[in-house]
Design a protein around this ligand. Structure first.
Ligand code: AMP
Length: 664
């Protein structure tokens, strides 16, 4: 059985962790970094690039480089705010109102889940390389405030990446697991998690390995990006006023502005002011135009006031729901890169006066928590218990368009709740169960998670039939709804998955496509591998020819030398475009080399070569003919020829692949 890992799938960066020797660790990616940018792109050659490689092409290839995908995952187009869709690449709604991302390079549109799955695959591949073992499943974290669709879409991404999801874990809960791991004291903890794209606040009671989530709240469209956008707008408005050019309409300029804004924001966490310098940002009739501005913390803070206000409300709601006061909080854990912003830290202190805990690394704490949860599931870690809650109220739409809540927000999960409903008209033979999630009294204002019909209800006056509707939420926060007609016993059950951006058919077709792509990639790779080994063989053959002319003189092995030369010409002819002929010509070259090598062997046995006997007689000549100067200019020469040299002059012949293959 393969391993199980924990993945923090962040808006900005993603991190993967595992339990090793009973402790959670972070696994570095193939580039050696502990965090991987959550960015996926396509090159001109339609090759997919992920993480740092994708990040590098952000400015030059903005239309084909996709970031902030987490804000789109599982969301409908009309749920997105302006900040989320003001990205330099094309996003649109498909016919169902789901978000699709367009890549001009591949001439295709993608569901965000599909791109996120490539990111998950990279994390898994790199971790498998590190572990030297396969990975079958993962614990994946999501913002606590993600609704059912967003959770389901995250799960779909993992399925597309070929991974089973053992648990969808709320990010602040994961952070609390990391914080409380191996702590024996009893604490009430507030986790304040402000990342690149989302905001969560959770309140937990941690006591001797038992983690009880009391309440959670948040905003899935609020994060560090919103702060970046404030600076982008500030710069763009100044430029507009000065030159009458709106840089936000130019993709490359917008990407450069966004990067400069993020950099300035991060610098302002440590400095009172920073310079923003963007030479050649655009051109006008009068020539190139540049940006040179100084941004100080006061301006940045005044630009961001409304964002600070948006952070306040979820904290207050979570406190109210938990029944705790600010004074009941023993510890504040700051999670997410954006909690490094001084005004955010100030705000937290005004809410809870305690000094925030600094013992956890805000960039890695969520993945550490996910790894701990994976250890609980695998049994590697014992005596830890996690009791989470459902973040948003779940209910159904009743007549008149009202929301009837069955499971209120912050109910501990897993949970099952049911209620009895009836018909609104006489002789009504079916009822529609429309499942919704959210806090608004009007059903239409809450997220629709799907609907189904229970039919076959026997004729009866209005209000007589009894239909029992039950909601079941499992430990992952995933919901199953059933409706049963109490008279007939007829039952209809659905697992809520309709909220995802992809239906089952689409998921299957993407998995199929991924398989075909994997096949295509394998074929492409084997063509490249074959070409590379043909080139290596040519290089070896050319060196062997050089050796032969040194060893035998120009005519000593003429037939064999000529055969090798002709075979090299054939390989060169077919190397680029005829794989079948290439294979044949490579075999021919191997055979010709074999012939030449036999000649070497025969010569060695009979020792009848005049040059050879001179060499044997005057051992010093070898040093001249095979001087290091001659061998050292090409590493390949060094390798092959030193081996050969060794074989000629009495050292082990075992290092020489040719000798091994052909002379034993
Ligand atoms: P995360 O999702 O936790 O990786 O957080 C990423 C967000 O944190 C991005 O919006 C970053 O710009 C932001 N961030 C990282 N470092 C800093 C910093 N020193 N000051 C302000 N924001 C930061």
């Amino acid at each position: 059985m393969g391993q199980i890992v924990g993945i923090d799938l962040g808006t900005t960066n993603s991190v993967i962790g595992v339990i090793e020797a009973g402790r959670p660790i972070i696994i570095a990616n193939s580039e050696g970094s502990r965090t991987t940018p959550s960015i996926v792109g396509f090159t001109k050659d339609k090759e997919i690039v992920i993480g740092d490689q994708a990040r590098r092409q952000l400015v030059l290839n903005p239309k084909n480089t996709f970031y902030n995908l987490k804000r789109f995952i599982g969301s409908d187009w009309d749920e997105l705010d302006d900040t989320s869709i003001s990205v330099p690449y094309n996003v649109k709604a498909n016919n169902n109102g789901s978000v699709r991302v367009l890549s001009p390079n591949t001439e295709r549109e993608y569901a965000p889940e599909e791109l996120v799955s490539s990111l998950i695959r990279k994390l898994i591949n790199d971790a498998e390389t590190y572990l030297g073992d396969t990975i079958d499943s993962a614990v994946i974290t999501v913002p606590a405030y993600f609704n059912e669709s967003q959770r389901q879409a995250t799960k779909d991404s993992a399925i597309l990446a070929g991974i089973k999801v053992d648990r969808i874990l709320n990010e602040p809960t994961a952070a609390a697991l990391a914080y409380g791991f191996e702590k024996s004291s009893s604490n009430n903890v507030l986790v304040f998690d402000l990342g690149g794209g989302t905001f969560d606040v959770s309140l937990l009671k941690i006591s001797n390995g038992v983690f009880d989530v009391k309440a959670t709240c948040g905003d899935t469209q609020l994060g560090g990006n919103n702060f970046d956008s404030k600076i982008v707008d500030w710069l763009a408005e100044k430029f507009l006023a000065k030159y009458d050019i709106d840089l936000r309409r130019d993709r490359q300029a917008l990407q450069r502005l966004t990067e400069a804004a993020e950099k300035a924001k991060c610098e302002l966490s440590g400095l009172p002011k920073t310079r923003i310098s963007l030479p050649f940002i655009t051109t006008s009739n009068d020539g190139p135009l540049h940006i040179e501005e100084t941004l100080d913390r006061n301006i940045f803070e005044s630009l961001s006031q409304d964002l600070l206000d948006r952070l306040l409300e979820p904290v207050q709601i979570a406190l109210d729901d938990s029944g705790w006061n600010a004074e009941d909080i023993d510890e504040v854990v700051l999670v997410g890169g954006s909690t490094r912003i001084p005004m955010v830290q100030q705000l937290v202190k005004t809410l809870v006066p305690n000094e925030p805990c600094q013992s956890v690394n805000p960039d890695e704490v969520v993945a550490i928590g996910a790894a701990i949860q994976s250890g609980i599931i695998s049994g590697d870690l014992q005596d830890l218990l996690l009791n989470d809650v459902t973040p948003l109220s779940l209910g159904l739409e009743t007549i008149g368009g009202l929301m009837k809540v069955l499971i209120p927000r912050n109910t501990p999960i897993p949970v099952r709740q049911s209620d009895v409903f009836s018909t609104s008209e006489a002789n009504q033979s079916s009822v529609v169960v429309q499942v919704r999630q959210g806090e608004r009294p009007l059903a239409s204002e809450n997220k629709s998670l799907g609907k189904f019909r229970l039919s076959g209800i026997p004729p009866a006056p209005r209000g007589i039939p009894q239909v029992q509707v039950a909601f079941d939420i499992d430990a992952n926060g995933l919901l199953e709804v059933s409706a049963t007609d109490r008279t007939t016993g007829r039952k209809q059950t659905v697992t809520i998955s309709g909220g995802s951006n992809l239906n089952e058919q689409e998921i299957n077709s993407i998995i199929e496509e991924a398989k075909t792509k994997a096949n295509e990639d394998r074929i492409k790779r084997s063509v490249i591998d074959r070409k590379n080994s043909a080139l290596t063989l040519i290089a070896q053959a050319e060196r062997r020819l050089r050796d032969a002319s040194l060893e035998f003189g120009p005519y000593g092995a003429e037939r064999q030398q000529r055969a090798v030369e002709l075979a090299i010409e054939d390989v060169e002819e077919y190397i680029d475009d005829d794989p079948q002929e290439l294979e044949i010509s490579v075999s021919a070259l191997q055979e010709a080399l074999f012939g030449l090598n036999r000649k070497f062997a025969a010569e060695k046995k009979t020792d009848n070569n005049p040059l050879q006997s001179i060499k044997n007689t005057f051992g010093s000549l070898k040093d001249e003919l095979f001087s290091d100067e001659y061998w050292d200019d090409d590493p390949w020469d060094n390798q092959i020829n030193r081996n050969y040299r060794n074989s000629r002059y009495g050292n082990s012949r075992d290092d020489d692949p040719w000798d091994n293959d052909y002379f034993l």
